[in-house]
Ligand binder design. Structure first.
Ligand code: NAD
Length: 259
C-alpha cells in the first residue's frame, strides 16, 4: 500500500461508523495519525482499537459535532496530541424521514446541527491549526441530495445542498491561505445509516433493490469507495482542485431516467 499521508494529521467527524470509519481506516493505513470524533463512544473506541491493532495511530474523542463546545474540545485534544492538524474531514450525518409539515423544530435543528453546523464548528476551531501548514485540506461529505431532491427528506436535502454551498464558500475565502476545501457526494452506500433508512420502509432488501435499478453500476457502493475519493481530495493527488464536488454514485446522477 502507498503511504500518501505519511506523517499527516487528520481530524474525522463521524468516524464511528460507515463512511467516516472507512476514511479513518484508510487514512491510518496511508500513514496518517487520525483523530476520531463521534457521539457514539463504543463505536468510536472500536474503530480506534481496530486501527491500533493494525499498527496505525488513532485517538478517539466523544463529541456531538452539532455542539460547538464539544467540537472545540475534540479538535484541541487532537491538535495537542498530534502536534497540529492538517486535514479535517466531516462525515457525521443523520437523516429524518417524513413530510415537512410534520417535522418538529427539534428534528430540523438536529439534522442541520449534525450535517451542516458541524462543518462551521470544525472549520472555526481547526483553522488556527490548519493555517500553520503551507497546504491544508478540508473535505465535507455531501450527498447526491446536494444536487437533487429526495422524497420525504426535506431537512436532509436542504442540509446537503448547504454543505456544498458552505464548502465552496470556505474554498474561496481560504484558498490564498493554503486551504483546499472540497465535497465528496456519495450515492447509495451500504452503511448502517442506509440500512436504518431503508428499514423504515418495512422491507429493506426490497427497497434497496428498487433503488439499485436507478444505479448504472448496479450495486450499492461500499464505504471504501467513498473513502478513496476523500483520500484523493486530502492529498497532493488533487493539487489544483478546490471548491468542487466529487460525486461517487455509481452513475446515479448521470441520467434523468434509467431503465
Ligand atoms: N449511506 C449513504 O447511502 C449515504 C449517501 C449519501 C451521503 N451519505 C452521507 O455520508 C455521511 C456518513 O454516513 P454513513 O452512511 O456512513 O452513516 P453512518 O450512520 O454509518 O455513520 C454516521 C456517523 O455519524 C455519527 N453521528 C451521528 N450524529 C452525530 C453527532 N451528533 N455527533 C457526532 N457524530 C454523529 C454516527 O454515530 C455515525 O458513526 C453522512 O454525512 C451521510 O449523510 C451517506
Amino acid at each position: 500500500m502507498s503511504r500518501r499521508l505519511e506523517g499527516q494529521t487528520a481530524w474525522i467527524g463521524g468516524a464511528g461508523s460507515g463512511i467516516g470509519a472507512a476514511v479513518a481506516r484508510l487514512f491510518a493505513a496511508e500513514g496518517a495519525r487520525v483523530a476520531l470524533a463521534d457521539v457514539r463512544t463504543a463505536a468510536g473506541k472500536q474503530v480506534e482499537a481496530e486501527i491500533a491493532a493494525a499498527g496505525g495511530m488513532a485517538m478517539f474523542s466523544t463529541c456531538d459535532v452539532g455542539r460547538e463546545n464539544d467540537v472545540r474540545a475534540a479538535v484541541d485534544q487532537a491538535a495537542e496530541r498530534f502536534g497540529g492538524l492538517r486535514i479535517v474531514v466531516n462525515c457525521a450525518g443523520v437523516v429524518h424521514v417524513g413530510p415537512l409539515h410534520e417535522l418538529d423544530e427539534d428534528d430540523w435543528d438536529h439534522v442541520m446541527g449534525v450535517n451542516l453546523k458541524s462543518i462551521f464548528f470544525s472549520f472555526k476551531h481547526a483553522w488556527n491549526y490548519l493555517r500553520e501548514n503551507p497546504q491544508s485540506y478540508m473535505v465535507n461529505v455531501g450527498s447526491i441530495s446536494s444536487f437533487v431532491g429526495q422524497a420525504a427528506t426535506p431537512a436532509y436535502t436542504a442540509s446537503k445542498h448547504a454543505v456544498l454551498g458552505l464548502s465552496r464558500s470556505i474554498a474561496l475565502d481560504y484558498a490564498a491561505a493554503g486551504l483546499r476545501c472540497n465535497c465528496v457526494c456519495p450515492g447509495i452506500t451500504d452503511t448502517p445509516m442506509l440500512r436504518e433508512h431503508l428499514g423504515k420502509t418495512g422491507d429493506a432488501d426490497l427497497a434497496l433493490l428498487k433503488r439499485l435499478h436507478r444505479v448504472p453500476l448496479g450495486r450499492a457502493l461500499v464505504p471504501l469507495d467513498v473513502a478513496r475519493a476523500v483520500l484523493y481530495l486530502s492529498c497532493e493527488d488533487s493539487a489544483g482542485v478546490t471548491g468542487t464536488s466529487l460525486v461517487v454514485d455509481g452513475g446515479y446522477l448521470a441520467a434523468a431516467e434509467w431503465e
